[in-house]
Design a protein around this ligand. Structure first.
Ligand SMILES: C[S@@+](CC[C@H](N)C(=O)[O-])C[C@H]1O[C@@H](n2cnc3c(N)ncnc32)[C@H](O)[C@@H]1O
Length: 266
C-alpha cells in the first residue's frame, strides 16, 4: 500500500507525539460502555489505541491495520502499558474479515485521508456495525492550517504535502467532507465538530509539539515522495522546511489547525 507518511521510526514517534498532544482535544468526549465491542479501524502503531483502552477499561477493543509491522509495535506498546482488553488483527478496511453487524462501536482516526476508496471503506465499516451502533471519525484538513510568519517557501512545502497525498490517492482535505461521506454511506450523522488546535509563544511546549513534532515532522517525512513525483526541487523544498522549522521557536509564531470529529449511528 502507498501511504504518504510511511512506516519509519520517525513516523512512529510522530504518531505517538501527535496522539499525546491531541488526546484531550480529540478524545475527551469519547466513551464506550463497559461490555461493548469496539473496532478501531487503522490503529497504526497504537497511538490512539493506548488512550482508547486506558479511557475505556470495560470495553473490548479490536484494533486492525494493514501493516503487520505497525500492529506488532502497537501490540507491544499496549502490553508494556499493562492494558488488557485489546486484540490486534491484520486486516484491510476494504474487506474486513468479520461477519455483519458484530461491533457496537467503530473508531477511526487519521485513516480515511489515506485511503483511495473511502466510500468502500465506510460501507465496509457500516456492514460490520450493529444497527444502532456508533461510528466516530476524526480527520484533519490540511487546508485549515494557518500560520504566521509564513513565507512563499514554507507555504510551498506545506502544499507539497497536500499534493503528495493526492498523488497517492488520498485526500488531506477530507475533514470538511465527513458529513456527506458518512451520510452517503448510510450513517445517520449526529454531530460534526471542528476542533481547533492553536498555539503561540505563551505556551512554548504546545508550540513546539504542534510546529516541530507534528507539522514539520509530517513535511520532513514526505521529502522523498515530493522529489520523486517532481512536486518540488530540493533547494526550494528544503528552504520551505527550514522556514517551517523556525515556527517552533519564533516569539511571533501563531499556528492553528482544524480537526473534524464526526459521530454517526448505523
Ligand atoms: C496516519 S496512520 C493513523 C494511525 C492511528 N489511527 C493514529 O491516529 O495514530 C494511518 C493508518 O491507516 C492504515 N491504513 C491505511 N489504509 C488501510 C487499509 N485499507 N486497511 C487497513 N489499514 C489501513 C495505515 O497502515 C496506517 O497505519
Amino acid at each position: 500500500m502507498h501511504y504518504v507518511h510511511g512506516y519509519s521510526d520517525r513516523e512512529t514517534t510522530r504518531l505517538a507525539d501527535q496522539a499525546t498532544t491531541l488526546e484531550e482535544l480529540l478524545l475527551s468526549d469519547t466513551g464506550y460502555p463497559s461490555g461493548s465491542c469496539v473496532l478501531e479501524a487503522g490503529c497504526g502503531v497504537g497511538a490512539q489505541t493506548l488512550p482508547l483502552a486506558r479511557r475505556n477499561p470495560g470495553a473490548t477493543i479490536t484494533a486492525v491495520d494493514l501493516s503487520a509491522v505497525s500492529l506488532e509495535l502497537a501490540r507491544r506498546r499496549v502490553l508494556d502499558a499493562g492494558l488488557t482488553g485489546v486484540a490486534f488483527r491484520q486486516a484491510d478496511l476494504r474487506q474486513l474479515p468479520y461477519p455483519d453487524e458484530i461491533f457496537d462501536h467503530v473508531f477511526v482516526c487519521f485513516v480515511l485521508e489515506h485511503v483511495d476508496d473511502v466510500e468502500r471503506v465506510l460501507q465496509e465499516l457500516r456492514r460490520v456495525s450493529r444497527p444502532g451502533g456508533s461510528i466516530t471519525v476524526i480527520e484533519g484538513d490540511h487546508g485549515s492550517f494557518l500560520f504566521h510568519p509564513r513565507t512563499h517557501a514554507s507555504l510551498h512545502a506545506w502544499n507539497c504535502l497536500v499534493q503528495a497525498q493526492a498523488a497517492l490517492g488520498g485526500d488531506s482535505l477530507i475533514g470538511r467532507r465527513l458529513f456527506p461521506l458518512l451520510r452517503d454511506a448510510g450513517f445517520r450523522v449526529s454531530t460534526v465538530s471542528p476542533r481547533v488546535l492553536y498555539a503561540d509563544a505563551r505556551t512554548p511546549e504546545m508550540l513546539d509539539a504542534f510546529a516541530r513534532k507534528i507539522i514539520t515532522a509530517m513535511v520532513e517525512g514526505i521529502r522523498d515522495i515530493v522529489l520523486r513525483n517532481g512536486l518540488s526541487d530540493p533547494g526550494r523544498f528544503d528552504e520551505g522546511l527550514a522556514d517551517l522549522r523556525c515556527l517552533a521557536s519564533s516569539p511571533d509564531s501563531t499556528l492553528s489547525y482544524v480537526f473534524f470529529k464526526a459521530v454517526a449511528s448505523r
